[in-house]
Design a protein around this ligand. Structure first.
Ligand SMILES: Cc1cc2nc3c(=O)[nH]c(=O)nc-3n(C[C@H](O)[C@H](O)[C@H](O)COP(=O)(O)O)c2cc1C
Length: 331
Protein backbone atom coordinates (compact mmCIF):
# COMPACT_ATOMS: atom_id res chain seq x y z
CA UNK A 1 0.00 0.00 0.00
CA UNK A 2 1.17 3.54 -0.75
CA UNK A 3 2.74 5.52 2.04
CA UNK A 4 0.97 8.41 3.74
CA UNK A 5 3.62 11.06 4.11
CA UNK A 6 3.45 13.85 6.69
CA UNK A 7 6.10 15.94 8.48
CA UNK A 8 5.88 13.43 11.32
CA UNK A 9 6.42 10.29 9.18
CA UNK A 10 9.39 11.89 7.41
CA UNK A 11 11.21 12.71 10.65
CA UNK A 12 10.31 9.37 12.23
CA UNK A 13 11.29 7.38 9.12
CA UNK A 14 8.01 5.41 8.96
CA UNK A 15 5.37 4.69 6.27
CA UNK A 16 2.09 5.58 7.99
CA UNK A 17 1.26 8.31 10.54
CA UNK A 18 0.04 5.89 13.20
CA UNK A 19 1.61 5.62 16.66
CA UNK A 20 0.81 2.88 19.14
CA UNK A 21 1.01 5.03 22.28
CA UNK A 22 2.93 3.78 25.29
CA UNK A 23 0.70 1.87 27.66
CA UNK A 24 1.49 0.86 31.19
CA UNK A 25 0.93 -2.11 31.56
CA UNK A 26 -0.25 -3.10 28.05
CA UNK A 27 2.86 -2.34 25.92
CA UNK A 28 4.28 -5.84 25.50
CA UNK A 29 7.30 -6.00 23.18
CA UNK A 30 5.46 -8.09 20.55
CA UNK A 31 2.79 -5.37 20.23
CA UNK A 32 5.39 -2.60 19.93
CA UNK A 33 7.26 -4.56 17.26
CA UNK A 34 4.10 -5.48 15.30
CA UNK A 35 3.07 -1.83 14.96
CA UNK A 36 6.51 -0.80 13.70
CA UNK A 37 6.73 -3.80 11.39
CA UNK A 38 3.34 -2.83 9.88
CA UNK A 39 4.59 0.67 9.02
CA UNK A 40 3.47 2.60 12.11
CA UNK A 41 5.53 3.51 15.18
CA UNK A 42 5.46 1.24 18.25
CA UNK A 43 6.40 2.97 21.50
CA UNK A 44 8.16 1.22 24.37
CA UNK A 45 6.93 1.99 27.90
CA UNK A 46 10.10 1.31 29.97
CA UNK A 47 8.31 0.37 33.22
CA UNK A 48 5.94 -1.87 31.34
CA UNK A 49 8.81 -3.59 29.52
CA UNK A 50 10.76 -4.27 32.71
CA UNK A 51 8.30 -4.54 35.64
CA UNK A 52 5.31 -6.05 33.85
CA UNK A 53 6.81 -8.03 30.98
CA UNK A 54 9.96 -9.02 32.84
CA UNK A 55 12.73 -7.93 30.43
CA UNK A 56 15.92 -6.26 31.44
CA UNK A 57 15.92 -2.98 29.45
CA UNK A 58 18.61 -3.75 26.86
CA UNK A 59 17.46 -7.35 26.46
CA UNK A 60 13.86 -6.14 25.87
CA UNK A 61 14.95 -3.65 23.21
CA UNK A 62 17.12 -6.26 21.51
CA UNK A 63 14.12 -8.61 21.49
CA UNK A 64 12.00 -5.92 19.76
CA UNK A 65 14.83 -5.47 17.25
CA UNK A 66 14.83 -9.22 16.59
CA UNK A 67 11.13 -8.91 15.61
CA UNK A 68 11.44 -5.85 13.39
CA UNK A 69 14.17 -3.80 11.78
CA UNK A 70 11.86 -0.76 11.53
CA UNK A 71 12.06 2.30 13.82
CA UNK A 72 10.41 2.21 17.24
CA UNK A 73 10.14 4.84 19.97
CA UNK A 74 10.28 5.18 23.75
CA UNK A 75 8.00 6.99 26.19
CA UNK A 76 9.46 8.79 29.19
CA UNK A 77 7.18 10.14 31.91
CA UNK A 78 9.37 13.01 33.09
CA UNK A 79 7.35 14.07 36.13
CA UNK A 80 9.63 14.76 39.11
CA UNK A 81 9.49 11.68 41.28
CA UNK A 82 12.02 9.73 43.33
CA UNK A 83 15.76 9.79 42.56
CA UNK A 84 15.62 6.07 41.86
CA UNK A 85 12.90 6.57 39.23
CA UNK A 86 14.73 9.45 37.58
CA UNK A 87 17.98 7.48 37.43
CA UNK A 88 16.15 4.52 35.87
CA UNK A 89 14.60 6.74 33.21
CA UNK A 90 17.98 8.29 32.37
CA UNK A 91 19.46 4.84 31.98
CA UNK A 92 16.50 3.81 29.82
CA UNK A 93 17.10 6.75 27.45
CA UNK A 94 20.85 6.01 27.27
CA UNK A 95 20.27 2.34 26.50
CA UNK A 96 17.56 3.14 23.95
CA UNK A 97 19.92 5.55 22.16
CA UNK A 98 22.68 2.93 22.18
CA UNK A 99 20.22 0.43 20.70
CA UNK A 100 19.36 2.83 17.86
CA UNK A 101 16.05 4.29 19.09
CA UNK A 102 15.69 7.87 17.81
CA UNK A 103 12.08 8.80 18.65
CA UNK A 104 11.00 9.76 22.17
CA UNK A 105 7.66 10.82 23.58
CA UNK A 106 7.82 12.70 26.87
CA UNK A 107 4.87 13.26 29.19
CA UNK A 108 3.87 14.98 32.44
CA UNK A 109 6.77 17.34 33.20
CA UNK A 110 9.88 19.10 31.95
CA UNK A 111 11.40 17.26 28.95
CA UNK A 112 14.68 19.29 28.95
CA UNK A 113 17.03 16.49 30.00
CA UNK A 114 15.57 14.08 27.44
CA UNK A 115 15.91 16.73 24.71
CA UNK A 116 19.54 17.30 25.66
CA UNK A 117 20.46 13.61 25.46
CA UNK A 118 18.43 12.78 22.35
CA UNK A 119 19.43 15.80 20.24
CA UNK A 120 23.09 14.83 20.58
CA UNK A 121 22.20 11.71 18.58
CA UNK A 122 20.05 13.53 16.02
CA UNK A 123 16.85 12.09 17.49
CA UNK A 124 13.32 13.49 17.70
CA UNK A 125 11.21 14.30 20.78
CA UNK A 126 7.44 14.81 20.85
CA UNK A 127 5.70 15.88 24.06
CA UNK A 128 2.19 15.02 25.33
CA UNK A 129 0.14 18.15 25.99
CA UNK A 130 -3.50 18.70 26.90
CA UNK A 131 -3.38 22.50 26.49
CA UNK A 132 -1.49 25.16 24.57
CA UNK A 133 0.33 26.43 27.69
CA UNK A 134 1.98 23.02 28.28
CA UNK A 135 2.86 22.72 24.60
CA UNK A 136 4.53 26.16 24.66
CA UNK A 137 6.62 25.17 27.70
CA UNK A 138 7.76 21.95 26.06
CA UNK A 139 8.62 23.80 22.84
CA UNK A 140 10.79 26.21 24.84
CA UNK A 141 12.80 23.19 25.92
CA UNK A 142 13.29 22.16 22.28
CA UNK A 143 10.81 19.37 21.51
CA UNK A 144 10.00 18.81 17.82
CA UNK A 145 6.29 18.06 17.91
CA UNK A 146 3.24 17.87 20.17
CA UNK A 147 0.97 14.93 20.92
CA UNK A 148 -2.39 16.63 21.50
CA UNK A 149 -4.12 14.56 24.19
CA UNK A 150 -7.85 15.20 23.93
CA UNK A 151 -10.92 14.53 26.05
CA UNK A 152 -11.60 11.16 24.43
CA UNK A 153 -8.20 9.63 25.20
CA UNK A 154 -7.45 6.52 27.22
CA UNK A 155 -4.98 6.96 30.09
CA UNK A 156 -4.88 10.51 31.49
CA UNK A 157 -7.34 12.30 29.24
CA UNK A 158 -7.37 16.00 28.41
CA UNK A 159 -10.33 18.36 28.51
CA UNK A 160 -10.56 19.65 24.91
CA UNK A 161 -12.04 17.98 21.82
CA UNK A 162 -9.67 17.00 18.96
CA UNK A 163 -10.97 19.96 16.92
CA UNK A 164 -10.54 22.46 19.79
CA UNK A 165 -6.99 21.30 20.48
CA UNK A 166 -6.01 21.60 16.83
CA UNK A 167 -7.52 25.08 16.66
CA UNK A 168 -5.56 26.04 19.80
CA UNK A 169 -2.21 24.72 18.56
CA UNK A 170 -2.04 24.74 14.76
CA UNK A 171 -0.01 27.96 14.66
CA UNK A 172 2.81 26.55 16.82
CA UNK A 173 4.68 25.56 13.66
CA UNK A 174 5.39 21.93 14.61
CA UNK A 175 3.65 18.66 13.66
CA UNK A 176 0.63 17.86 15.85
CA UNK A 177 -0.51 14.32 16.61
CA UNK A 178 -4.10 13.52 17.63
CA UNK A 179 -4.24 11.29 20.73
CA UNK A 180 -7.66 10.05 21.78
CA UNK A 181 -10.86 8.90 20.22
CA UNK A 182 -9.34 7.11 17.22
CA UNK A 183 -10.80 3.61 17.16
CA UNK A 184 -11.97 3.06 13.59
CA UNK A 185 -10.66 4.00 10.12
CA UNK A 186 -13.11 6.93 9.79
CA UNK A 187 -11.64 8.52 12.96
CA UNK A 188 -8.15 8.26 11.47
CA UNK A 189 -9.17 9.87 8.18
CA UNK A 190 -11.03 12.60 10.10
CA UNK A 191 -7.98 13.42 12.26
CA UNK A 192 -5.77 13.82 9.18
CA UNK A 193 -8.45 15.96 7.52
CA UNK A 194 -8.54 18.26 10.54
CA UNK A 195 -4.85 18.83 9.84
CA UNK A 196 -3.11 16.49 12.29
CA UNK A 197 0.19 15.00 11.08
CA UNK A 198 -0.73 11.64 12.62
CA UNK A 199 -2.65 9.81 15.32
CA UNK A 200 -1.63 8.11 18.54
CA UNK A 201 -3.85 5.19 19.52
CA UNK A 202 -3.85 3.11 22.67
CA UNK A 203 -7.20 1.41 23.26
CA UNK A 204 -7.56 0.12 19.66
CA UNK A 205 -4.22 -1.68 19.94
CA UNK A 206 -5.16 -3.43 23.20
CA UNK A 207 -7.90 -5.33 21.33
CA UNK A 208 -5.38 -7.01 19.02
CA UNK A 209 -3.95 -10.50 18.62
CA UNK A 210 -0.46 -9.22 19.46
CA UNK A 211 -1.36 -7.51 22.74
CA UNK A 212 -0.72 -9.95 25.57
CA UNK A 213 -3.48 -8.65 27.86
CA UNK A 214 -6.15 -11.07 29.08
CA UNK A 215 -8.98 -11.86 26.67
CA UNK A 216 -11.50 -10.57 29.24
CA UNK A 217 -9.94 -7.08 29.03
CA UNK A 218 -10.03 -7.15 25.21
CA UNK A 219 -13.64 -8.41 25.29
CA UNK A 220 -14.61 -5.60 27.70
CA UNK A 221 -13.24 -3.05 25.18
CA UNK A 222 -15.27 -4.64 22.38
CA UNK A 223 -18.45 -4.73 24.46
CA UNK A 224 -18.09 -1.19 25.85
CA UNK A 225 -19.59 1.88 24.26
CA UNK A 226 -18.54 5.45 24.82
CA UNK A 227 -21.06 5.85 27.68
CA UNK A 228 -19.28 3.11 29.63
CA UNK A 229 -16.06 5.13 29.92
CA UNK A 230 -15.63 7.12 33.13
CA UNK A 231 -12.83 9.18 34.66
CA UNK A 232 -11.59 8.01 38.04
CA UNK A 233 -9.22 9.77 40.44
CA UNK A 234 -8.79 6.67 42.55
CA UNK A 235 -5.90 5.06 40.66
CA UNK A 236 -3.29 7.84 40.29
CA UNK A 237 -4.92 10.87 41.93
CA UNK A 238 -5.50 12.56 38.54
CA UNK A 239 -8.48 11.61 36.31
CA UNK A 240 -7.82 8.33 34.51
CA UNK A 241 -10.10 6.96 31.80
CA UNK A 242 -11.44 3.48 32.64
CA UNK A 243 -14.29 1.13 31.76
CA UNK A 244 -17.14 1.31 34.26
CA UNK A 245 -17.07 -2.12 35.87
CA UNK A 246 -19.21 -3.08 38.90
CA UNK A 247 -16.11 -2.48 41.05
CA UNK A 248 -15.60 1.07 39.71
CA UNK A 249 -19.29 1.78 40.31
CA UNK A 250 -19.09 0.41 43.84
CA UNK A 251 -16.08 2.38 45.06
CA UNK A 252 -16.81 5.58 43.12
CA UNK A 253 -14.53 7.74 40.98
CA UNK A 254 -13.56 10.59 43.34
CA UNK A 255 -10.59 10.55 45.73
CA UNK A 256 -11.52 11.06 49.37
CA UNK A 257 -11.62 14.59 50.90
CA UNK A 258 -8.31 13.94 52.72
CA UNK A 259 -6.50 12.85 49.58
CA UNK A 260 -7.90 15.82 47.64
CA UNK A 261 -6.58 18.20 50.32
CA UNK A 262 -3.11 16.63 50.21
CA UNK A 263 -3.10 16.69 46.39
CA UNK A 264 -3.82 20.44 46.42
CA UNK A 265 -0.91 21.23 48.75
CA UNK A 266 2.36 22.04 46.95
CA UNK A 267 4.49 20.02 49.41
CA UNK A 268 2.29 16.99 50.08
CA UNK A 269 1.16 16.67 46.43
CA UNK A 270 4.41 14.97 45.42
CA UNK A 271 4.07 12.31 48.11
CA UNK A 272 0.41 11.69 47.39
CA UNK A 273 1.21 11.21 43.69
CA UNK A 274 4.03 8.81 44.61
CA UNK A 275 1.69 6.85 46.82
CA UNK A 276 -0.92 6.68 44.07
CA UNK A 277 1.75 5.68 41.53
CA UNK A 278 2.89 2.86 43.78
CA UNK A 279 -0.72 1.76 44.29
CA UNK A 280 -1.32 1.98 40.53
CA UNK A 281 1.71 -0.17 39.76
CA UNK A 282 0.42 -2.79 42.21
CA UNK A 283 -3.16 -2.59 40.87
CA UNK A 284 -2.28 -2.53 37.20
CA UNK A 285 0.33 -5.23 37.53
CA UNK A 286 -2.32 -7.36 39.19
CA UNK A 287 -4.68 -6.67 36.28
CA UNK A 288 -2.16 -7.66 33.72
CA UNK A 289 -1.01 -10.79 35.48
CA UNK A 290 -4.17 -12.16 37.02
CA UNK A 291 -6.88 -11.43 34.46
CA UNK A 292 -10.36 -10.22 35.21
CA UNK A 293 -11.76 -9.70 38.63
CA UNK A 294 -14.44 -7.17 39.46
CA UNK A 295 -11.80 -5.36 41.51
CA UNK A 296 -9.85 -4.41 38.39
CA UNK A 297 -9.47 -1.09 36.68
CA UNK A 298 -9.45 -1.49 32.91
CA UNK A 299 -8.06 1.58 31.23
CA UNK A 300 -9.68 2.54 27.93
CA UNK A 301 -10.74 5.66 26.06
CA UNK A 302 -13.94 6.64 24.28
CA UNK A 303 -12.54 5.14 21.07
CA UNK A 304 -14.12 1.87 22.35
CA UNK A 305 -17.22 3.08 20.48
CA UNK A 306 -15.64 2.17 17.13
CA UNK A 307 -13.89 -1.07 18.20
CA UNK A 308 -15.89 -4.20 17.41
CA UNK A 309 -13.44 -7.05 17.04
CA UNK A 310 -10.02 -8.36 17.93
CA UNK A 311 -7.79 -8.05 14.88
CA UNK A 312 -4.12 -8.24 14.09
CA UNK A 313 -2.15 -4.99 14.12
CA UNK A 314 -1.50 -5.39 10.40
CA UNK A 315 -5.21 -5.75 9.60
CA UNK A 316 -6.01 -2.58 11.55
CA UNK A 317 -3.29 -0.50 9.89
CA UNK A 318 -4.26 -1.84 6.45
CA UNK A 319 -7.93 -0.88 7.00
CA UNK A 320 -7.02 2.60 8.25
CA UNK A 321 -4.60 3.35 5.43
CA UNK A 322 -6.94 1.74 2.86
CA UNK A 323 -9.83 4.02 3.78
CA UNK A 324 -7.55 7.06 3.68
CA UNK A 325 -6.48 6.27 0.11
CA UNK A 326 -10.03 5.40 -0.95
CA UNK A 327 -11.37 8.73 0.36
CA UNK A 328 -8.48 10.66 -1.26
CA UNK A 329 -9.36 9.12 -4.64
CA UNK A 330 -13.05 10.03 -4.42
CA UNK A 331 -12.51 13.65 -3.36
C1 LIG B 1 -3.98 1.20 29.21
C2 LIG B 1 -3.34 2.51 28.87
C3 LIG B 1 -2.12 2.84 29.44
C4 LIG B 1 -1.47 4.02 29.10
N1 LIG B 1 -0.24 4.29 29.63
C5 LIG B 1 0.44 5.40 29.22
C6 LIG B 1 1.78 5.61 29.66
O1 LIG B 1 2.36 4.83 30.38
N2 LIG B 1 2.41 6.75 29.21
C7 LIG B 1 1.81 7.64 28.38
O2 LIG B 1 2.43 8.67 28.03
N3 LIG B 1 0.55 7.45 27.93
C8 LIG B 1 -0.14 6.34 28.32
N4 LIG B 1 -1.40 6.11 27.82
C9 LIG B 1 -1.95 6.99 26.77
C10 LIG B 1 -1.69 6.41 25.36
O3 LIG B 1 -0.33 6.41 25.05
C11 LIG B 1 -2.49 7.17 24.26
O4 LIG B 1 -2.13 8.53 24.24
C12 LIG B 1 -4.00 7.07 24.46
O5 LIG B 1 -4.33 5.73 24.73
C13 LIG B 1 -4.76 7.52 23.23
O6 LIG B 1 -6.14 7.37 23.44
P1 LIG B 1 -6.98 6.07 22.97
O7 LIG B 1 -6.80 5.07 24.04
O8 LIG B 1 -8.37 6.58 22.90
O9 LIG B 1 -6.47 5.61 21.66
C14 LIG B 1 -2.09 4.94 28.18
C15 LIG B 1 -3.34 4.60 27.62
C16 LIG B 1 -3.96 3.41 27.95
C17 LIG B 1 -5.28 3.07 27.30
Amino acid sequence: MDEITTLFTRRAGIRYPIICGAMYPCSNPELVAAVSESGGLGIVQPLSLTYVHGYEMREGLKYIKSLTDKPFGMNIIVEKSSEVYEKRMQEAVDIALEEGCRFFITALGNPAWVVEKVKKHGGVIYHDATERKWALKALQYGVDGIICVNNRAGGHAGTRSPEELFEEMYDLGVPLICAGGVGKPEDFVKALKIGYAGVQMGTRFIATKECSEKSEYKEAIIQAGEKDIVLTERVTGIPLSVIKTPYVEKIGTKSGAGARFLLRNRFTKKYMRLWYAWKAIKNLKKISLSGYSTKDYWQAGKSVEGIHKIESVKEIITEFVGLYHERSLTE
